[in-house]
Design a protein around this ligand. Structure first.
Ligand SMILES: Cc1cc2nc3c(=O)[nH]c(=O)nc-3n(C[C@H](O)[C@H](O)[C@H](O)COP(=O)(O)OP(=O)(O)OC[C@H]3O[C@@H](n4cnc5c(N)ncnc54)[C@H](O)[C@@H]3O)c2cc1C
Length: 383
């Protein structure tokens, strides 16, 4: 007979969304199964910019966690963004609160280690979930070896290629609301400021941007991303584009003269928050990339993954109290997520649309943005 493992909650995936949900369940006494296909520390292709909002989310869960992040030495502090127009004028935007850059392999492992302190959570690594299912009585996840996990509710935190999103919420990739991006770690890039995110809007590579984000030890995360619809229609090869940007655009190439790549170029998808989905249903919720919650302009998804993971854990506690895990009670999770995030997503989507590939407009805006009274009013874009 098949061995069925019984829990209160199944968390699928232990990235920022899943780890944060596990941490938020810390004092709940609920029996949690965290199912993760990789072995931590594991890499995640990303720009590695961890926004200042993450501190607030950690503080709201446990005031000690913000201090623990402050003590964590693997990060660099980010104080500003430098935006470059196609004609290479720059605009510096100082952040009111410091953000961070930390390699995801390191940051996610830091969060994962905190999640492991939840003594009521059984964390299973190197287990791949191949099937998820819900009935009125339970939610279940089936591993590739046939093992079945059953619980009152399942939280899908399994990233951009989420099985939970496909099998429970019937998500399909919508290329108008999805981006592709590539990343390559470098060391010794010339003129790297240790505290600035550099973002380049480049002629011939719009709509999209090239980035150089600083890391510890004079290393940097270098990348290039574009909307998937443009990538498909114009048959763009992101890896080749990144090579061309670094080697053929003189202003960029000059920075890379003595730079050394530390890995091959790697790519991954970004499900954007510019389209609303139904992110819960009978006995399940989706968080982070699984729920398509990446900022459509900046490409940031770590803070929204963590916030949605926290919201999902808090929603489970309400469901336990009401002994109700139906789709009707769980819609309050959708409402809370979109109440918090939708305005930002929508405004940044409009910005993405308006700028598009209009070289003249980006040149003009960056010039205009340097006028002091305008600069003071520039709204939060990256942080
Ligand atoms: C190139 C690129 C650059 C980016 N830059 C930034 C940036 O600078 N700042 C920022 O904030 N965001 C950035 N993002 C977005 C950010 O990486 C994601 O939004 C974030 O990782 C979402 O966290 P998550 O926990 O939802 O998913 P993930 O971090 O993807 O975690 C999902 C976890 O689920 C596990 N999993 C998946 N499927 C299964 C399965 N079937 N069974 C078991 N486990 C499974 C995975 O192994 C993984 O550990 C970038 C994304 C890309 C692609």
């Amino acid at each position: 007979m098949t061995n069925i493992k019984q829990y209160d909650v199944i968390i699928l995936g232990a990235g920022p969304a899943g780890a944060t949900a596990t941490i938020a369940f810390q004092k709940s006494g609920l029996k949690i199964a965290v199912l993760e296909k990789e072995l931590f520390p594991r890499d995640k292709i990303c720009g590695d910019a961890v926004s200042s909002v993450v501190k607030r989310i950690l503080r709201q869960i446990d005031s000690n966690l913000e201090e623990q992040l402050a003590q964590f030495e693997e990060k660099v502090y980010i104080e500003k963004a430098k935006l470059y127009s196609p004609n290479f004028q720059s605009l510096e935007i100082a952040f009111s609160k410091k953000g961070h850059c930390i390699k995801r392999e390191v940051f996610d492992n830091w969060l994962f280690e905190i999640a492991k302190q939840n003594k009521d959570a059984d964390i299973f690594q190197q287990v791949k979930v191949t099937h998820v299912n819900t009935t009125p009585e339970y939610a279940e996840a089936v591993l590739s070896d046939g093992t079945i996990f059953r619980a009152k509710v399942l939280i899908g935190c399994d990233g951009a290629h989420s099985i939970a999103a496909k099998q429970l919420a019937n998500f399909k990739v919508d290329k108008l609301h999805y981006s592709g991006a590539v990343r390559q770690y470098y060391k010794n890039i010339k003129g790297l400021e240790g505290n600035a995110l550099e973002v380049y809007f480049l002629n011939g590579y719009l709509p999209g941007y090239f980035w150089i984000f600083p890391l510890k030890n004079n290393e940097a995360n270098v990348g290039f991303g574009m909307l998937s619809d443009t990538i498909s229609k114009q048959k763009i090869d992101l890896k080749k584009s990144m090579y061309d940007i670094i080697n053929r655009i003189p202003e960029v190439a000059e920075r890379f003269i003595n730079a050394e790549p530390m890995e091959e170029v790697k790519g991954f998808g970004l499900p954007l928050g510019s389209k609303k989905y139904s992110i819960s249903g009978n006995r399940f919720m989706l968080c982070g990339d699984a729920a398509s919650l990446i900022d459509p302009f900046s490409g940031e998804g770590i803070e929204t993954a963590m916030e949605s993971g926290k919201f999902a854990a808090e929603q489970v506690l309400k469901c336990i109290n009401a002994n109700d895990f139906s789709d009707s009670i769980l819609t309050s999770y959708d409402e809370r997520v979109y109440k918090k995030m939708w305005n930002n997503f929508h405004n940044h989507y409009l910005l993405q649309k308006v700028l598009g590939n209009k070289v003249w407009l980006i040149n003009l805006l960056i010039r205009f943005g340097n006028i002091p009274w305008v600069k003071r009013k520039i709204p939060k874009v990256f942080y």
